[in-house]
Design a binder for this molecule. Structure first.
Ligand SMILES: Nc1ncnc2c1ncn2[C@@H]1O[C@H](COP(=O)(O)OP(=O)(O)O)[C@@H](O)[C@H]1O
Ligand SMILES: CC(=O)OP(=O)(O)O
Ligand SMILES: [Mg+2]
Length: 383
């Protein structure tokens, strides 16, 4: 009999399900894919339908969930609240707890729960592990995790900074240390995860000490469709003056803001194209995006005191030389000097894009949330 060394990773997002099958014995990835545009015309109707499609895809390749080589299923779960600060073996009770966190991540946790339920129904005998976006941020000190609001109210309702994209920040900060030839314990890194959702984190010696996302994945950087930081009074103002309901404001800030709200496009490629044609709205969207990014680079430089590296990752971070260049322009005073030639090169692996003289290394490091989830899952399932 062949040993069960494979882990199926399900990464259910708000509008997509990504999956990967990883073999932990030899590092191979026998299958991967994505079902996109869930709930949109021409896409899967909902997450349950998307997951059935994933199961069919795997079956079609002879790699179905019934495979005896499967050791475990690893699920990305976005919000773990205060209870889940590490990878967790899924039980009925764990599912109930994740369900209680839905109000804190309404775009994400329901999709994660659907994935868990479908996979458990198909393979009730297999260990299934939840790997939380929030876990890596559990080390953030109180001074950075606390909001300055009435303490009793905050405690009663669990209002604090949780942070997200933690598996990416963990993986990329480690990979950046490796690129510098250092142990994670010897590297202070600012990680800029710029995907459709975007967040920054400050990692000191392998331990996260601050991050830009907060109670929910809405705070911080400008994102594809999310506003990031706004004065909280914007919400009261819209309620009182514009007569908008809470759920309308929620949808406005989460789904119709960010780059999309500023210029009608949430894809940085399209924004780049339109800027090339002299489109003023696209230019403004880019400038607002970059300005916010620079603020966080400055803030996290002060949080860390000594910065060894700044790492760009995820769709925009890995691919947009223009965003990287604009984000770090004229920061020689902070010891940051991007090399324009290295920065412009299109390549796939982790690489340095700073000059030899730059005190702070600047790196482009492809993220690998699926690897990180599989590693955590396999460790727990085979313990
Ligand atoms: N070649 C590119 N140039 C600039 N931006 C890109 C490029 N490729 C992808 N992107 C950006 O990456 C975003 C998606 O990033 P990704 O990390 O895949 O997001 P998510 O995991 O949140 O869906 C796209 O919306 C697009 O703006
Ligand atoms: C937490 C979060 O924002 O995730 P994503 O970027 O996948 O939307
Ligand atoms: Mg992502």
């Amino acid at each position: 009999m062949t040993a069960a060394t494979r882990v199926l990773v399900l990464n259910s997002g708000s509008s997509s399900v990504k999956y990967q099958l990883l073999d932990m014995a030899d590092g191979s990835r026998p299958a991967s894919g994505v079902v996109e545009r869930i709930g949109e015309e021409g896409g899967a109707a909902d997450h349950a339908e998307a997951l059935r499609q994933v199961a069919r895809d795997l079956d079609g390749q002879g790699l179905g969930l019934d495979s005896p080589r499967l050791a475990a299923v690893g699920h990305r779960v976005v919000h773990g609240g205060t209870r889940f600060t590490g990878p967790t073996l899924i039980t009925d009770e764990v599912v109930e707890e994740i369900e209680k966190l839905v109000p804190l991540a309404p775009l994400h946790n329901p999709a994660n729960i659907t994935g868990i339920k479908v996979a458990r129904r198909l393979r009730p005998d297999l260990p299934q592990v939840a790997v939380f976006d929030t876990a890596f941020h559990a080390t953030i000190p109180e001074a950075a995790a606390r909001y300055a609001i009435d303490a009793a109210t905050a405690d009663r309702y669990g209002i604090r900074r949780y942070g997200f994209h933690g598996t990416s920040h963990a993986y990329v900060s480690r990979a950046t240390a490796a690129l510098l030839g250092r142990e994670p314990a010897d590297a202070n890194v600012i990680v800029l995860h710029l995907g459709n959702g975007a967040s920054a984190s400050a990692v000191r010696g392998g331990v996260c000490v601050d991050t830009s996302m907060g109670l929910t994945p809405l705070e911080g950087l400008v994102m594809g469709t999310r506003s990031g930081d706004v004065d909280p009074a914007v919400v009261f103002h819209l309620e009182r003056v514009a007569g908008m309901r809470t759920d309308e404001i929620d949808a406005l800030l989460n789904k119709r803001s960010g780059l999309l709200g500023l210029c009608g496009a949430n894809d940085m490629r399209e924004i780049g194209r339109r800027m090339g044609e002299g489109d003023a709205a696209a230019r403004l969207a880019f400038d607002v995006y970059v300005h916010r990014l620079r603020r966080y680079v400055g803030a996290f430089t002060a949080v860390l005191g000594r910065v060894d590296a700044i790492a760009f990752t995820a769709g925009v971070g890995e691919n947009s030389a223009a965003v990287r260049a604009a984000a770090l322009r004229d920061l020689e005073g902070l010891g940051i000097a991007l090399d324009p030639v290295h920065n412009a090169v299109r390549a796939s692996g982790a690489r340095l894009v700073s000059t030899a003289a730059s005190r702070v290394a600047v790196a482009v490091v492809p993220t690998d949330e699926e690897f990180e989830i599989a590693r955590d899952t396999y460790a727990l399932a085979s313990a």
